[in-house]
Write a protein that binds this ligand. Structure first.
Ligand SMILES: [Zn+2]
Length: 258
């Protein structure tokens, strides 16, 4: 086996995995002509994930998500797209889709992994996007770190990974997109609306609606839609295979096999 780049150095390949279980792999992606801010190696993505883990542990009374690690440390891959930033931006609502397509074509999608892609480029459509199987198959949730440059609040008016204990907008929004890519909020949830969001509170992780997102959010307010809701016929984030420790009867999203 070739020697993997030490953690903290840039690598374009997924390092050997500490675990064979379903896990989340981190990617820092740039367009072919994108300006490099070194978020894979300067600690920004690492701290961003730490803040999300801290938040999730607090909200779930002790659960973690399973992260792709190498020798116990977060494994972050660098990915340079073939497309220019202008051509990616021109895709409008489909930036996430081209990220997944190019990553897949490059052999960067493996096994039962989910991918959190920090794309350091623009979008005219949003600050991020997720899949929502089975209506939209995919395993990439992405943030567009320089999104909405001409909007009232450009996405990069927020700092990625500013604090290990207090997730900011870009940090927690990545978790929101990841949850979408699991197929949540599911259509069987009572407050599901607007393609995988919840309608019951602007302070919910999965909120979308007319009121602004009230941050920091809470995890499934009322426990009725996507976390510990108690309905065995509806998927629950608490039992997905990306939870650590692995739930006894775990499930994987539509389109993902064990
Ligand atoms: Zn959403």
């Amino acid at each position: 086996m070739p020697t993997a780049a030490p953690i903290g150095q840039r690598t374009t390949v997924d390092r050997p995995d500490d675990s064979d279980l379903p896990q989340i792999h981190l990617v820092y992606a740039l367009a072919s002509d994108g300006v490099d801010r070194f978020f894979d190696t300067n600690g920004a993505i690492k701290t961003s994930v730490e803040s999300v883990r801290y938040w999730f542990r607090t909200q779930s009374s002790g659960l973690d998500l399973r992260w792709d690690t190498y020798n116990g440390e977060l494994d972050v891959t660098f990915f340079r797209l073939g497309s220019t930033e202008k051509s990616v931006t021109a895709l409008g609502a489909y930036v996430r889709d081209v990220l997944e397509q190019e990553l897949k074509a490059a052999g960067g999608i493996q096994g039962s992994k989910q991918y959190m892609v920090f794309y350091d480029g623009a979008s005219t459509y949003a600050c991020g996007g997720g899949a929502w199987p089975p209506l939209l198959y995919g395993v990439v949730g992405a943030m567009y770190l320089k999104g909405l440059p001409d909007g009232p609040v450009p996405c990069d008016s927020n700092t990625l990974g500013a604090s290990p204990t207090t997730p900011g907008y870009l940090d927690i929004a990545m978790l929101h997109e990841f949850v979408h890519s699991l197929g949540l909020t599911p259509t069987c949830a009572p407050n599901q609306h607007s393609s995988g969001h919840v309608s019951d509170s602007p302070n919910d992780l999965m909120w979308a609606g007319d009121a602004p997102w009230d941050l920091p959010p809470k995890l499934d307010i009322g426990n009725d839609d996507y976390f510990r809701h108690g309905n065995p016929d509806c998927p629950d984030l608490a039992n997905v295979g990306y939870i650590d420790p692995l739930p006894a009867d775990y499930w994987l999203p539509p389109g993902v096999s064990r």
